[in-house]
Design a protein around this ligand. Structure first.
Ligand code: GLP
Length: 242
């Protein structure tokens, strides 16, 4: 893994935005994988700024959101689709027809996951996958456990993950849905390149374990050690246990 450590979280976020811009300059038809969460907020703000300054266009690009809560559609507060819209999609020129997300409110979640896998494959696969990381080592919503799923699937969220996501629901963990739909580990690992960002001391241990520890289903992000092109963007706090 190719690690870069920045003085501040803001610098790490902006550097990741510039990484995306360079990829788009090389390939305007880039297919991006996009996470929600607090971590990418600075990156998304910088992408909006660069787009409004005329320095980057997404008009030929495609985006796939990484995951979504079960029961929530794109309009509902707390949904990742709404989060992405508010932080990024409103301010860039991605063609709405090429913005793809999992519909958490789909009546048949299993066929929704199948549809998503097929849509990703039909787009030619993901070129640059942006990732955050959960404090327990999850990526997307691939939670630690006895096994991992390769394809997009429905997940039962761990209590710790629901607590970590309570901010999207007014701080009330009880309102965080107990299930989600997520790209699988295979879906993520098939991306041509992966750029994972983590900031803050609370991510320091999981970053050290992800990079230096055993590859194990108990820490899903450790599987990134098997991928040939992973970049890791850290602030000093998140890198403090390396
Ligand atoms: C959520 C998302 C992940 C995200 C992670 C970290 O559970 N499913 O995609 O990377 O949490 O979130 P944050 O960036 O807010 O720490």
């Amino acid at each position: 893994m190719d690690v870069t450590i920045f003085e501040t979280a803001g610098e790490a976020g902006r550097a990741l935005a510039h990484r995306v811009v360079h990829a788009l300059q090389r390939d305007p038809a880039l297919v991006l994988g996009l996470p929600a969460g607090r971590t990418p907020i600075d990156t998304y703000a910088e992408l909006v700024r660069l787009h409004s300054a005329g320095q980057v266009s997404f008009s030929n690009a495609t985006a796939f959101l990484l995951d979504e809560f079960v029961g929530l559609d794109a309009s509902q507060p707390g949904s990742f689709r709404r989060f992405l819209t508010e932080h990024l999609l409103w301010g860039i020129d991605l063609n709405p027809e090429r913005i793809h997300g999992l519909n958490g409110a789909a009546p048949d979640p299993e066929s929704e996951c199948e549809r998503y896998e097929e849509t990703i494959a039909a787009s030619g696969g993901i070129g640059v996958m942006l990732l955050g990381i959960g404090a327990n080592g999850h990526i997307g919503f691939n939670e630690p456990g006895e096994s991992l799923r390769a394809r997009t699937h429905r997940v039962h969220l761990l209590d710790s993950t629901r607590r970590d996501n309570a901010g999207l629901f007014g701080g009330d963990t009880a309102r965080v849905p107990s299930q989600a739909l997520s790209m699988g580990m295979g879906t993520i690992l098939r991306a041509e390149s992966i750029a994972l960002m983590a900031v803050g001391e609370h991510k320091a241990q999981v970053i050290a374990d992800m990079m230096r520890g055993t590859v194990t289903t108990q820490l899903p992000a450790s599987f990134l050690q098997l991928h040939r092109h992973v970049e890791v963007y850290l602030d000093k706090a998140a890198a403090s246990k390396l």
